[in-house]
Ligand binder design. Structure first.
Ligand SMILES: Nc1ncnc2c1ncn2[C@@H]1O[C@H](COP(=O)(O)OP(=O)(O)OP(=O)(O)O)[C@@H](O)[C@H]1O
Ligand SMILES: [Mg+2]
Length: 492
């Protein structure tokens, strides 16, 4: 199935999110959709998959004009999209979700579901509630559902965040088989250039709403970066800074949540030190991070911040004593949907319940410029692209905290924005701030950490000197292969 987009325009207020995009997407190929944060990738994919209408422009499918409104109508035209946040109904079983939109009875549907799952080696039990599935399994169930609905073009927006290397390989094998054996078109939006290089036959590149490139693969990372930004970036450099006094210390803590236990962990972070937390989603790093900021109370053991006992104290107290926290679920924890950018800046800075609106507006304008946030101060926060939300979160952080505790601070960011965030963090580190951060990106962990803690099912392994570890070693450790690794020692 060939898709032609002609002169697609989309405005959001004064933002020209898609500016005259004309491109042909040929069937049977895997096409990477690249571009910096806010370039208009998600917007274009949502237009193609019926989640939002274009302001003007045409779409034709196999040479015939196609006009459709809504995702169901797009699916009927053979185009389906895997959303970044799955649209399934968590309380329902895999089978019940699968049935949605299909004109099959339960028995036939079950047969179909099992058949398609087996074809791609997916591990999907029809009777499991979707709430119990991993992110990778939810993607698999959505792919199976779209295939059963007869989709010929599959769009994936950042599908590899939060899934393991093995699951990623299975997803990639599936996409390859869909394109090569079944003649489907796959559109892959991704900031992970190594994934794009491994998988795609072609890339299209957006910049500030416009299509600025369309090239056949293979290409090197440098070539792709140049296409995206018009320039290349030097690899990250950082100086070693002398470490200061211990800032944050966890002593023999026992942490527990619904799924796992971290049994008796002791570790400390010193002023100017960067500690990276590695592990697949849900391996315990989230629990430790939340304990470091007072959101999870230890069942045993103590937490000390700059000599002061913090054990059992509330989150607010941690903030007052100099901890800054950045959560991964930007819109769930860090930022508040519905509030404007100005309101966020005002709330982060004011201790007085009466907010001086003019001052807040001026301060917001300064912070937006300083942190290079692309967005309007009076817009609600959810309208910013992912990368700009992350920049705003940085703008809300205090200037010189004792410690910054950050969950996946560069998740979903383009190469340029990610290195920009790290410049900000390293500048704070140079003035003595301790940094604890988690990441799914092994390169990032090795590049920026002084020390790495690896999490696996609540077990913790410490790599004392991050410069001695390779990406490969780290990959094995994340998979739980602690025994026989000479890189460090068990902590818990
Ligand atoms: N619903 C909306 N309302 C207002 N502005 C929006 C809306 N959706 C997107 N935008 C704006 O349109 C521009 C393009 O956003 P889009 O989400 O398409 O970017 P993207 O390329 O997917 O970026 P990222 O890599 O950060 O996900 C951004 O400036 C964004 O703020
Ligand atoms: Mg996007």
């Amino acid at each position: 199935m060939d898709i032609e987009l002609r002169n697609i325009h989309k405005w959001f207020g004064s933002i020209h999110a898609n500016n005259d995009i004309t491109v042909t997407l040929k069937g049977g190929r895997i096409i990477g959709v690249l571009g910096e944060n806010g370039a208009g990738k998600s917007t274009l994919m949502k237009i193609l998959s019926g989640f939002q209408p274009a302001d003007s422009g045409e779409i034709s499918i196999d040479g015939k004009p196609a006009v459709y409104h809504g995702p169901q109508a797009a699916i009927a035209n053979g185009i389906g999209m895997l959303q970044q946040d799955p649209l399934d109904v968590p309380a329902f079983s895999v089978l019940e979700n699968f049935l949605f939109g299909l004109s099959l009875n339960r028995k036939e549907a079950r047969k179909r579901l099992v058949e398609i799952s087996q074809r791609f080696g997916f591990d999907l039990d029809p009777d499991t509630p979707v709430a119990n599935l991993t992110i990778a399994q939810r993607q698999q169930q959505e792919i199976v559902r779209l295939l059963a609905l007869g989709v010929k073009t599959l769009i994936l927006d950042e599908p590899t965040t939060g899934i393991s290397a093995e699951q990623k390989q299975l997803l990639f094998d599936t996409l390859q088989s869909l394109a090569r054996q079944h003649g489907m078109t796959v559109l892959l939006v991704s900031h992970k250039l190594e994934d794009v290089i491994a998988l795609c036959d072609e890339v299209i590149v957006l910049r500030a709403g416009k299509l600025v490139g369309d090239r056949q693969m293979p290409a090197t990372t440098q070539q792709l970066v140049r296409l995206m930004f018009g320039q290349e970036f030097a690899p990250p450099t950082r100086e070693r800074v002398p470490l200061g006094e211990p800032v944050l210390r966890l002593d023999g803590v026992l942490l527990r949540d619904k799924r796992l236990t971290i049994d008796t962990c002791t570790f400390q972070v010193r002023a100017g030190e960067v500690v990276g937390l590695a592990g697949l989603d849900g391996s315990g790093q989230e629990l430790l991070i939340r304990a470091c900021v007072g959101l999870v109370k230890p069942n045993r053991g103590s937490i000390v911040l700059a000599g002061q006992d913090m054990t059992g104290k509330p989150y607010r107290h941690y903030l007052q004593c100099g901890i800054a926290f950045g959560a991964a679920g930007r819109l769930e924890e860090g930022l508040i949907a519905g509030l404007t950018l100005t309101e966020h800046v005002a709330l982060a800075n004011e201790t007085d319940p009466l907010i001086d609106c003019d001052a807040a507006r001026e301060h917001t304008a300064n912070q937006l410029a300083l942190y290079n946030v692309r967005g309007r101060a009076e817009d609600p926060i959810e309208q910013l692209s992912g990368g700009n939300q992350q920049r705003l979160l940085m703008a809300l952080m205090p200037e010189e905290p004792l410690a910054m505790v950050l969950e996946q601070p560069t998740r979903g960011l383009d190469v340029d924005s990610a290195s920009w965030i790290w410049q900000q963090l390293l500048a704070r580190r140079a003035s003595g701030t301790a940094i604890v951060f988690s990441s799914a990106d092994l390169d990032e962990l090795v590049a920026y950490s002084d020390r790495i803690l690896v999490f696996y099912a609540g077990q913790v392994y410490e790599i004392d000197d991050a410069s001695t570890v390779t990406i490969d070693d780290l990959g094995h450790l994340i998979g739980g292969e602690f025994e026989g690794s000479g890189a460090g020692r068990r902590l818990a």
